[in-house]
Write a protein that binds this ligand. Sequence first.
Ligand code: AMP
Ligand code: MG
Length: 490
Amino acid sequence: MHLPFDNSYSRLPATFFTRVMPTPVQAPRLVKVNETLARELGIDPSVLASPEGVEVLAGRRVPEGADPIAMAYAGHQFGQFVPQLGDGRAILLGEVVDRAGRRRDIQLKGSGPTPFSRRGDGRAALGPVLREYLASEAMAALGIPTTRALAAVTTGEMVVRDAFLPGAVLTRVASSHVRVGTFQFFAARGDVEGLRRLADYVIARHDPDLADAPDRYRRFLDAVVARQAALVARWMHVGFIHGVMNTDNMAVSGETIDYGPCAFMDAYDPETVFSSIDHAGRYAYANQPVIAQWNLARLAECLLTIMAPTPEEALPMAQASIATFRERFDEAYLAGLRRKLGLREAREEDAALAQDLLDRMATNTADFTLVFRRLCDAAADPAADGPVRDLFIDPTSFDAWAATWRVRLAAEGGDAMERRAAMRRENPAVIPRNHRVEAAIEAAVERGDLAPFEALHAVLATPFDEPAGPEGFAAPPPPDQRVYRTFCGT
Ligand code: AMP
Ligand code: MG
């Protein structure tokens, strides 16, 4: 089996990783191959789905050209610094340059222990693998930067968590797996040469325009800040809650990474927290921009020693860069809200208009996704207000807001049908609703039934289209199916 590997990370100094082979598993079986993504990578999907391909995806066979490594990194977990984390259950097989010329990592997640496993078993359970598959592919379909799922396989072995669960391996594709925590790994060791090597490596990979700039480290920080501000704004627009925004789970590429206890909210509530381990609500929906900026400040600290000849010169540069996060985020967030509301022009009062709607949604426990989706029709015709009003406990609360919104729309003019079409491209009809994800996982894990997973995956591929069929994929959970807690399952 030949995959077009072209590895670069494994040629960095030995401190960056440990060479380690995946641990073979008993009886691998294919769950899913992402055919579109495989082709994008220049890989024939039927080869991946073949018995030999499944052995590779399960870590039983290492393909020619792979150079398997576990990457070293550190990180702040819930605010506590851990000087060594690293790939404890993931192994980077190597990189390929895709058809568009982009370098992409191919990584197995759940492929056995590594020197970074600490007390973990290096394995993944089928549930979290399916969750990541669904969530990351949904994000991609929503147009949000994210790592991708190339394949999922079961291992034929059980993993021990709270119970015995079927084991699985996810093949993850990322534009790189370098995290804020990777920088922290070198900074914590005082390895300035390692830091510089890492920074130059990621600049060449993600910001090649900066490669020859004398002030490239400062500008690299700016670029990461800009990417994260844009990314977190996009999360907010779709009601996504990452759940574990530890610095080791923030990629400098600007892709969403590490789908553990992540979830999309149903009813709008800025305080929403799903993760069972996030007791203090550190990673609550509304806190995400604050935390992103906090994480970026940790990256800035790492770069201080290489950014300028002296810390006295570096510090104000780093502070200025971090300070831009808020304005970049606010701008991206507001721009997205405007698009969600069908506003093409930018006016002073737009932020207040959007916030007023969100406040009313929170008070009325209105469904985040459905309000915006149904607004598309209401924007074109006030006769379509009914379905939006129905989402509010007190429908007159919506009416009061809608009156102001309509004045604003009228002032702007424009074609109503065009506006509706534009809004429908911004406001998804379907998101990976928690109760649906849980049901798909339960069917697969408890009964070996992949049909609900497949059906959900299919509708999530075109989130801006009304889902066909009677399954009600767009609908919020009935009260008895609401999910309040998610688990990372590690
Ligand atoms: P996460 O919470 O998924 O970001 O993982 C945090 C750290 O724990 C990383 O260093 C992981 O590699 C490690 N880890 C998570 N689950 C396992 C596992 N089952 N076995 C070994 N290491 C793990
Ligand atoms: Mg992680």
